[in-house]
Design a protein around this ligand. Structure first.
Ligand SMILES: [Zn+2]
Length: 360
């Protein structure tokens, strides 16, 4: 079956397989959805299906075409991704290597990379030539919302008169940042977050990991396989301990809270702070399940059952939904703003108000 390399997304596989079988793949597709759910991986598999000569309705994954597409060396398949104008060939080679090894984990070592007009012009230039092989060309533009204004306008012209024998696949985790005229010229395919089982199976297929750990990682991953792989690499247990410590400090006093924020912002990367908040989020969800007498197998931090129990018993009742809402909002703000001190101070004082120790 085609798309064996893709985790989950069954419905999308069906839709794409059908359009391949009928040879009715649109000139332009937009794969959108959260990060790390397989948009770019699927784009590469689609490229194989469109180019491979061995299998009319799918692809073989073994012929030279399929192999070269997987290695990102096929002359008829372009893979464009955001980068810097200063990116060196060596860096490009490293990014490409990361895609070849695992398309769910493309490296992105830059803070604000873009897709320049030069890259889009390349498409135009090559579309005028006949393809090296004969089944057509595929252009993949990953995270297409990172195109500069000039690049977007140039792509728009291409989409207005799509070259014969060329399929353009855009991917985007923030489609709201794309021009409506770009979106409307593509067939939109929405990717969903993966479920816990899909993530667990996928990480265990890729590396040796215990059931407990893959279970925990899957539940913390927000349905993103990329996130799950990242979490596997990190000192997750340490992070959880630290998060619980942060919560303990938060409920102490105003001064402790300010010092904590200062220390976090000075010493930790933004990404790590986001992780603490994500862990906090599932921590409170667990506390909620626990105190409402819910199904304990649903607990993310099942291995910390005792700590959870103590935690949920040591406070007066508090508004879980409000807390979860505030943490989610803080995460969203941190994603958008550079300065996170104020966001953390606000969140932590809210938590302090909510979490009142029981006396006696
Ligand atoms: Zn093939």
């Amino acid at each position: 079956m085609a798309f064996d390399n893709i985790v989950g997304q069954t419905k999308i596989k069906e839709i794409l397989s059908r359009s391949l079988a009928k040879q009715r793949v649109p000139h332009a597709l937009l794969f959108h959805g959260p990060e790390g759910v397989g948009k770019e991986a699927m784009a590469l598999e689609m490229a194989k299906a469109l180019v491979c000569q061995q299998d009319k309705a799918g692809y073989c994954n073994t012929c030279p075409d399929c192999q070269r597409i997987g290695q990102l060396t096929h002359p008829d398949v372009y893979y464009i991704y955001p980068a810097m104008s200063t990116t060196t060939d060596k860096e490009h080679a490293e990014v490409k290597q990361s895609i070849v090894q695992n398309p769910y984990l493309r490296l992105n070592p830059w803070a604000s990379p873009t897709i320049s007009i030069d890259r889009i012009r390349e498409i135009k230039r090559t579309s005028a030539m006949t393809s090296f092989e004969n089944k057509g060309r595929v252009v993949i533009i990953a995270e297409a919302q990172k195109m500069t204004v000039e690049a977007t306008n140039s792509l728009l012209k291409i989409l207005e008169e799509p070259p014969d024998n060329m399929t353009i696949i855009l991917t985007s985790s923030q489609p709201a940042l794309l021009l409506p005229t770009i979106i409307s010229r593509c067939q939109n395919v929405r990717f969903s977050p993966l479920n816990w089982d899909e993530i667990e199976q996928a990480i265990r297929a890729k590396q040796e990991v215990s059931v407990e750990r893959s279970n925990l990682v899957a539940k913390l991953s927000s349905g993103s396989l990329r996130r799950a792989f990242e979490l596997l690499d990190e000192a997750l247990d340490e992070r959880r301990e630290r998060t619980i410590e942060i919560l303990r400090t938060v409920i102490r006093g105003d001064m402790e809270r300010l010092l904590l924020v200062e220390e976090l912002v000075a010493k930790e990367e933004k990404k790590t702070i986001q992780e603490y908040l994500e862990i906090m989020l599932v921590w409170f969800r667990d506390v909620m399940i626990f105190s409402e007498g819910g199904d304990e197998s649903m607990l993310v931090n099942l291995d910390k059952r005792d700590t959870l129990e103590r935690f949920s018993q040591s406070f007066e009742s508090f508004d879980y939904h409000a807390i979860v809402g505030q943490i989610e909002q803080a995460l969203e703000r941190i994603r958008r703003y550079v300065y996170i001190n104020l966001i953390l101070i606000n969140l932590f004082s809210f938590l302090k108000q909510q979490l009142r120790r029981k006396h006696g």
